[in-house]
Write a protein that binds this ligand. Structure first.
Ligand code: HEC
Ligand code: HEC
Ligand code: HEC
Ligand code: HEC
Length: 122
């Protein structure tokens, strides 16, 4: 085995491990609890009544237009739920965006972007 040829393979394994690890790694709010509800109803369906404002903001955002739904950030509500999600999951799709957090007081994408409209808010 030669070191040069191992590197990409090892790199790919590392990447896979990282992606797997981050996939649904509990965010900072991992101990949050969603109210007891009937989860056979979809998040959007029930929240259309529970929090209509949020659903309409999300629906007209770029994520909503593509139907990247609530669980993408908040979890499934049962095994995993974050009231204020972390942004570990953003990089899977937004990897080209390399936000340098050391150059801003922001700690997290949501310090600048609203979670539902996605608009800059700070
Ligand atoms: C059958 C109804 C129902 C379903 C299904 C449902 N929710 Fe909720 N959800 C509620 C209600 C009611 C509240 C409390 C709203 C309030 O406090 O104004 C709530 C609260 C929340 C909150 C805020 C919690 C807090 O502590 O402030 C989030 C985030 C949330 N839901 C996300 C989801 C996600 C993600 C799903 C799907 C996995 C989901 N909900 C499914 C009814 C539902
Ligand atoms: C891109 C990530 C993202 C998606 C997708 C998302 N949310 Fe959120 N949501 C957030 C963030 C971040 C907060 C915390 C806002 C705060 O505390 O300032 C939040 C907070 C909430 C709250 C708590 C009330 C509030 O305003 O603080 C509810 C309820 C909620 N979301 C429901 C939903 C529902 C329903 C969906 C799907 C229609 C959804 N969210 C999709 C990021 C997201
Ligand atoms: C499943 C893939 C996916 C994930 C995961 C994802 N996004 Fe997105 N997001 C997109 C796509 C696709 C667009 C539209 C890109 C465009 O139009 O340039 C977008 C657009 C955005 C925009 C720009 C909205 C606008 O109006 O221009 C923001 C801000 C954003 N995402 C934030 C986030 C944050 C924060 C997270 C992490 C919680 C996240 N996204 C996770 C796919 C994703
Ligand atoms: C210091 C504030 C700040 C932070 C932190 C931040 N953004 Fe942004 N982002 C902006 C501003 C300002 C824009 C310009 C567009 C606007 O006005 O909404 C923008 C635009 C975007 C866009 C659309 C334009 C593009 O380049 O495709 C996406 C997607 C996006 N941000 C995703 C993210 C994600 C994901 C994170 C976390 C990794 C993040 N942002 C963190 C301030 C921030």
């Amino acid at each position: 085995m030669n070191g040069k040829r191992m590197t990409p393979v090892f790199g790919a394994m590392l990447l896979a491990a990282v992606l797997f690890g981050l996939g649904f790694a509990p965010g900072p709010g991992q101990s949050d609890k969603h109210p007891e509800v009937d989860f056979s109803v979809s998040c959007v369906e029930c929240h259309r009544d529970a929090t209509p404002e949020i659903v309409s903001q999300w629906k007209s955002s770029k994520h909503g237009l593509m139907n990247f739904a609530c669980y993408m950030c908040h979890g499934d509500g049962k095994q995993e739920f974050s009231r204020r999600p972390g942004t570990e999951r953003c990089q899977a799709c937004h990897s080209a965006l390399n936000v340098d957090f050391s150059r801003t007081p922001a700690k997290n994408c949501f310090d600048c972007h609203n979670g539902h409209t996605l608009k800059f808010h700070q």
